[in-house]
Design a protein around this ligand. Structure first.
Ligand code: GAR
Length: 218
């Protein structure tokens, strides 16, 4: 197997997707390893997950910087110092500058808890319920400057059930995220997925989707 891709994971909080990525990276033949976890917030649970797994971690606290540019100079320097090949945003809740996004173009992934391009941004599940959608889900995509946008690597759909609260839906979507994100990273790290004309194409398959819930028409 060729050398595993070195991954830096950016977090802001709970770190459950980080945990799913760590588990995947611990499997034999997985084409990536996490070499650094960076949080923009102190004392978040995700940092404890990194610590427990023995992965180097650091805090780059955005509040200590005068602006986004200087914050991201340090973020970039830390990632380069760790020789990172790929970045995974895992619940990283800071908007990135155009320079940072362009410097890491097609090498930075994000997971978002909706079927993009629907429901970008915050309060995703509340808005999905309000809109009355019957399917929701999650999307793994390459990062572009527009928030929660960029070439889609893979998506998984889950049903919205009658009486769901936003928390019920978030929980169901999160379970799918934990399967989808490791799959998306695997596809990118192995070279199976790449970007051509702002679309993700695959070497050996047509497309990638998680569970699909077929409607019935009787
Ligand atoms: C996840 O649901 C992720 O999709 C979402 O934040 C949560 C982080 O949870 N990300 C976004 O909304 C990005 N726009 P985690 O810290 O437990 O992985």
């Amino acid at each position: 197997m060729s050398a595993r891709k070195r991954v830096g994971v950016l977090i802001s909080g709970r770190g459950s997707n980080l945990s799913a990525l760590i588990d995947a990276c611990n499997k034999p033949n997985y084409p990536a390893e996490i070499v650094l976890v960076i949080s923009n917030r102190q004392d978040v649970p995700g940092l404890k997950i990194a610590l427990k797994s023995g992965i180097p971690m650091m805090v780059v606290d955005h509040k200590k910087y005068a602006d986004r540019e200087t914050f991201q100079v340090d973020l970039d320097a830390a990632l380069r110092h760790a020789n990172v090949d790929l970045i995974c945003n895992a619940g990283f809740m800071r908007l990135l500058t155009e320079k940072f996004v362009e410097d890491w173009r097609d090498r930075q992934l994000n997971i978002h808890p909706s079927l993009l391009p629907a429901f970008k941004g915050l309060h995703t599940h509340e808005r999905a319920l309000e809109a009355g959608v019957k399917l929701s889900g999650c999307t793994a995509h390459f990062v572009r400057t527009e928030m929660d946008a960029g070439p889609i690597i893979a998506q998984a759909a889950v049903p919205v059930l009658p009486g769901d609260s936003a928390d019920d839906l978030a929980k169901r979507v999160l379970e799918a995220e934990h399967k989808l994100y490791p799959l998306a990273l695997k596809l990118v790290a192995s070279g199976e997925a790449s970007v051509k004309k702002e679309q993700v194409v695959f070497k050996n398959r047509q497309t990638v989707h998680g569970p699909y819930i077929a409607p019935w028409f009787d």
